[in-house]
Design a protein around this ligand. Structure first.
Ligand code: FES
Length: 65
């Protein structure tokens, strides 16, 4: 099993469990935790992280393999 798992939550963020290195567009390292929630709805005011705004934006996406 992979050491890092990425889950596309239904109607919500990408949830990354495990160690990652997150870099911004200028090459700077962004601090992360053991579980990282990345916005994929585009509505977060704390990008690249999810801040729960997907709920009020009624974001809909259910990814299936
Ligand atoms: S996915 Fe949660 S704020 Fe965008």
């Amino acid at each position: 099993m992979a050491e890092t798992k990425i889950t596309a939550n239904d109607n919500g963020p990408l949830v990354i469990n495990g160690e990652i290195e997150l870099i911004d567009g200028a090459g700077n390292r962004i601090e992360t935790k053991q579980a990282t929630y990345l916005c994929r709805c585009g509505q977060s005011s704390n990008k690249p992280f999810c801040n729960g705004a997907h709920r009020t934006a009624n974001f809909e996406s259910a990814v299936r393999a």
